[in-house]
Design a binder for this molecule. Structure first.
Ligand SMILES: C[S@@+](CC[C@H](N)C(=O)[O-])C[C@H]1O[C@@H](n2cnc3c(N)ncnc32)[C@H](O)[C@@H]1O
Length: 267
């Protein structure tokens, strides 16, 4: 299967999606979001507690839950019905709709803040989404998107090491943050910036990772998009490497050390 054609089916992993939040804290993402929602923004933006906020690609509602109380109106959109069902339970305060980023079901100038966490790389037309985001934002409003930039070459990740196809798939799905900034400017955002929001670091033995269910198709979309054969080949590579380390008296350690960048556009 070509890397460009890969689409993640979130319907099939919705029941296991939130396991990642028991493993990693994402404190940097939380802080970046909180600061973004509280920032004064451009002229005409109301005080933080009076604002309207939309998460695009809200998944199971983890971040909608986290921002409850940061705004007077919180909304989320999500195309996967099973993910949205979970979001309804996690964030009962939020107005939710089944929809796609490329066609936001809201009138012009409806929100003060929009955000996406680990979702932009799934959108089929990023530039169209940025135009839509600009359309639904009010004067002084802003959009923040948080995600990886595999093009920066700073990440070490066992997923890339053992599931060899994932590196190329990600380099196609994710744009460099400088490209995102350019696209936001083209969509009409007047001020654009990006910064490192979080660094995820974890080392775990392969045995622990198998036992904790981390080496699983639902753990990360990089594994969900693989074919069964590609996934099995990666699992086998890990098993073989572990056998080799054990024969030498050790145990295979799986390293995750990657960065999440926030890119922000203000109207
Ligand atoms: C990795 S999950 C992130 C969910 C949530 N933001 C979080 O951080 O937990 C990516 C989400 O983007 C959604 N998604 C995929 N394509 C989309 C699109 N075109 N418009 C909006 N959301 C989309 C998926 O269904 C999935 O729930």
């Amino acid at each position: 299967m070509s890397a460009a054609a890969r689409v993640v089916d979130y319907d099939t992993i919705a029941d296991r999606y939130d396991r990642r939040y028991a493993l990693y804290r994402y404190d940097g993402v939380r802080e970046a979001l909180t600061n973004f929602l509280a920032a004064s923004g451009g002229g005409g933006s109301p005080a933080a507690e009076g604002r309207a906020v939309l998460e695009v690609g809200c998944g199971t509602g983890h971040w909608l839950q986290a921002v409850a109380g940061c705004a007077s109106f919180v909304a989320g959109i999500e195309p996967s019905r099973p993910m949205l069902g979970r979001a309804r339970r996690a964030a009962p305060h939020a107005r939710l709709a089944q929809a796609c980023a490329e066609s936001l079901p809201w009138r012009d100038a409806s929100f003060d803040r929009l955000f996406c966490v680990n979702a932009l790389h799934h959108f089929s037309d990023r530039e169209r989404f940025f135009r839509e985001a600009h359309r639904v934002l009010r004067p002084g409003g802003g959009l923040m998107t948080i995600g990886k930039d595999p093009h920066a070459g700073r990440d070490e990740w066992w997923v890339y090491d053992y599931f060899e196809e994932t590196r190329e798939i990600d380099s196609r799905r994710f744009a460099p943050v400088r490209v995102l900034r350019g696209e936001l400017a083209l969509a009409g955002f007047a001020w654009v910036e990006s910064f490192e929001a979080d660094r995820i670091e974890a080392v775990r033995s392969a045995a622990d990772a198998f036992a904790a269910g981390i080496i699983d198709r639902s753990f990360t979309s990089q594994l969900t998009v693989l074919t069964d054969e590609e996934f099995s080949r990666g699992v086998e590579r890990i098993r073989q490497a572990d056998v080799g380390r054990r024969a030498a008296g050790g145990a295979l350690q799986l390293v995750a050390d990657f960065h999440l960048y926030a890119t922000v556009g203000w109207i």
